[in-house]
Design a binder for this molecule. Sequence first.
Ligand code: B12
Ligand code: SF4
Length: 447
Amino acid sequence: MKKAILINTWEPGFGANIIHDSRIGEKKIPMGPHYPIGIVSVATYLKNKIPEIEIHVFDEQLWTTDKIEAAIKIIKPAVVGIGCMFKSYPKVLKFARTAKKLGSNVVIGGQYGASLRREIMKNRGPKSDDYCIDKVFGGDGEEQFLDYISGKATVRKNRLDLDKLPQLNFEFLNPKYYFEKYHSRFPESLYKKPFLVYSHKGCFWRDKLWGGCIYCSLMYKKFRKKNPKTIWREIDRLVHDYGVDYVWDVSDSFLGHKDWFSGFYNEARKRKNKPRFKIQARADELIDPNTVKMIADMGATQIFVGFESGDDQMLVSMRKGLLSPVNKKAISLLTDNGLDIRGYFILGAPGETKKSLKKTTALAESVINASGKNIISPSVFTPLPGSFAFEMLKKKTGQKYTNKDVLDWDEAINDWISIFCRVSNKDINSALNYLRSFSYDVSSYSF
Ligand code: B12
Ligand code: SF4
């Protein structure tokens, strides 16, 4: 019987925000854990199509790197598939080398590989000195991984119909381990069983001819959505069978399609027993009073919004597709409707100045001051592979970032600031440290 292992890589502190609390000193807002819905979907699809296959899914949030490596040595799978986002790439290589030494075929999927496929194959593929990766898959992994395991010469790269995907098979990873971990990290939380779903893939703004924020590395090109009934079937199962009380819909523009949202809302209204929601939306989707009322009414509790900057020129240089008045209107409407905001800010836009940084800190302060339950997440502009910004950096730095799959991110950020900003690294870091100095009650938030 063929054996396969799928691994979700994880770095401690992913996305964590350093905070300073006068009582406890400096600490990070604790994160997660996040159930790896992408990799479990790949495993589920494969098992449905080839029931006799033996598949194991390991998640570094639950097992240590050493334990997973030991499991690879014991199981000796024919294929090892590894999920990769940019910070975890060195870890991906570690697993890949171990698996390759044991004779497994190694493939990677996820955001990072999708953007640097050519570079990865050049440096880690069969013709390289460090051969440890056989294939890199971008986009939806379900069908591609199935074709690869089945030995098909040409792997399909169709965009999947999201309504036709099977519901996640929780035999691969039991949600209860994630609930337990969540509870030990957030013992005071109002929520006991948080979970992730996605109702869309892709983003309307990125699909537009001149659209897409320049820092965005999202690999999904065309906006696709699940039927509201499909996504509610998933949510109902989570609530009724697993007691889920908090759902983060990780789709990038939950409110991007008005008719779809009305359909989702109408389904929400039919249900008495439903979870609270955390959703992500653009500020320009949050300026219609009726829409904001509806998200409050359907049980949303926290809204992720990328405000990015308080300066219009920076919003233009990052190609955000909206200006400050829109950000301000969204803040006031969310506040009026009792919705908590998790606001994202990016320091280091092309053309950033001390003055524009000040406007950003002022906007961030206005989010904090709007409600005691709001949180801000500031970060320094990172020119990720797959983004327009990465191409800008490559253009200005000759060969430095060309043909490479392992990149020094501190160096890339420094180069970005010195080439594109009109402030120093020091100025950006002092604004960052200031924005990270607020303390929060994170008991129900940081999932
Ligand atoms: C949830 C999420 C997180 C979570 C959890 C991530 C996780 N590992 O589960 C947290 C909060 C921890 C997080 C952190 C960060 N994230 Co994040 N995150 C997301 C988000 C919103 C959803 C991901 C998701 O679950 N999608 C739904 C599932 C079903 O799709 P999927 O994950 O893409 O999986 C499919 C394919 O990738 C593929 N696949 C996946 N694994 C494998 C493996 C194999 C073998 C194969 C064949 C296929 C395959 O098949 C899956 C099913 O179709 C995306 C945006 C988005 N909408 O995708 C950003 C996104 C992935 N994150 C991003 C960023 C920038 C970050 C942070 C850097 C933020 C920060 N400032 O700290 C950190 C660092 C992460 C890192 N490792 O480097 C970027 C891209 C990063 C990159 N290029 O690697 C994205 C695209 C956002 C954006 N618009 O730019 N993130
Ligand atoms: S960052 Fe968000 S809004 Fe901007 S293009 Fe990417 S997914 Fe769309």
